[in-house]
Design a protein around this ligand. Structure first.
Ligand code: FAD
Length: 340
């Protein structure tokens, strides 16, 4: 049976698999349906295998991995993994992989995995499509090929890149996909004890937990996003949206142009050079819908856009489009919620 491997990252402080890994497990599970349709074979299946490098793994995490779509969870086991070292991680994974190969490997594009994935693909003598914002399968010569998509040419275009070599590998930006708890089948748990003779050249002197590491947009349900269309008036409309967000328990977000013109701080920027978000509700006030913005918010469940231009690109991705002056709508909302 074919198999897709998800290289999972373990958070040793919280004793859990990171959400960015669960996002990929869910997506890999969901893509089985696409694979069946492409192959026109309703019985086709592949194994979704989540691979974790750690010394132990909490039982609750094993169950969560099954629920989110893993058919198998493999623990590559050694205490050395508590101290992250991309050289040791990559060699250990490759040792496992060579005994348990698969045609496809997905990695979350987190800082640690961005260091490890290229080492792994170099050792496996294959390519890596990095920092993707979408993933699917296509059929080529009657074979399923991994089809990752990423912005390219200065982020002017979205390119779907097929690897010529196997395994076909991609790193995917966190928050590109939703974690779904849709798998009711109990999976299989395997341990792969690994003997590592090498000592790490990296010495951990101290660990400082970056409190801001968790994106401002983590778990955002409602996002109010401000574009350049509400600029001018000394930036008062950005302040108004900020107050609305506070009132509604929403997160405020921004397009890059509003950041470039100093209306908004960079930490609020959504897009190719900012954060990814998959909110329940994303409301865009005066955003044109450039590809670099869309790629990072299009997975929100409901998108409402307000734009004066009825042909604006963002409407193509919106569930509800409102052709109107966003400033007037913001004023109305402020009135309704008694915001000065
Ligand atoms: C390498 C690279 C990386 C990039 N990364 C990012 C990124 O991470 N995030 C990002 O957002 N962009 C990014 N960009 C920039 C992107 O290409 C766009 O320039 C930017 O998203 C445009 O922002 P905007 O839609 O707010 O402004 P504009 O393009 O100026 O659009 C403003 C919109 O508001 C509408 N409007 C005007 N007045 C009103 C009104 N009163 N009411 C309602 N609508 C109104 C207009 O019709 C227009 O559609 C990147 C570009 C490059 C080259």
């Amino acid at each position: 049976m074919d198999k897709i491997i998800i290289f999972c990252e373990y958070d040793f402080d919280k004793n859990k698999i990171k959400d960015s890994s669960y996002e990929l497990i869910s997506k890999a599970h969901e893509l089985k349906k696409n694979a069946r349709e492409l192959l026109k074979d309703e019985n086709y299946n592949y194994l979704t295998e989540a691979v974790v490098l750690a010394d132990e793994i909490a039982q609750s995490e094993i169950e969560k991995a099954y629920k989110t779509g893993a058919d198998r969870l493999v623990l590559i086991k050694n205490p050395i993994f508590r101290n992250f070292d991309s050289i040791i991680y990559s060699k250990a994974f490759v040792e496992y992989y060579n005994q348990n190969p698969s045609p496809w490997i997905l990695f979350p594009a987190t800082p640690a995995t961005r260091m490890t994935a290229p080492r792994i693909t170099t050792l496996l003598n294959t390519g890596l499509v990095a920092d993707c914002t979408g993933i699917d399968f296509v059929l080529k010569d009657s074979t399923l090929k991994l089809a990752p998509t990423r912005p390219t040419f200065g982020a002017e275009l979205m390119a779907t890149i097929l690897s010529k070599k196997d395994p076909q590998c991609a790193t995917i930006r966190p928050k590109t996909f939703e974690i779904k708890y849709e798998n009711n089948k109990e999976g299989e748990f395997l341990k792969f004890d690994i003997d590592i003779k090498e000592t790490s050249k990296i010495k951990t002197l101290s660990t400082i937990i970056n409190k801001e590491e968790n994106s401002y947009f983590k778990d955002a349900k409602i996002v109010l996003a401000c574009g350049f269309g509400i600029s001018g008036d000394n930036g008062i409309y950005y302040k108004k949206v900020e107050k609305l967000a506070q009132k509604l328990g929403a997160k405020i977000a921004s397009s890059r142009k509003a950041v470039d013109y100093n209306y908004m701080p960079h930490k609020y920027q959504i897009g190719q050079s900012g954060e990814n978000v998959a909110a329940d509700l994303y409301i865009a006030f005066g955003i044109s819908g450039a590809i670099q913005h869309i790629c990072a918010m299009k997975n929100s469940k409901t998108i409402i856009s307000i734009n004066t231009d009825e042909n604006s690109e963002i409407f193509k991705y919106s569930d509800y489009k409102i052709v109107a002056d966003a400033k007037k709508i913001i004023d109305e909302l402020c009135k309704r919620y008694s915001i000065e």
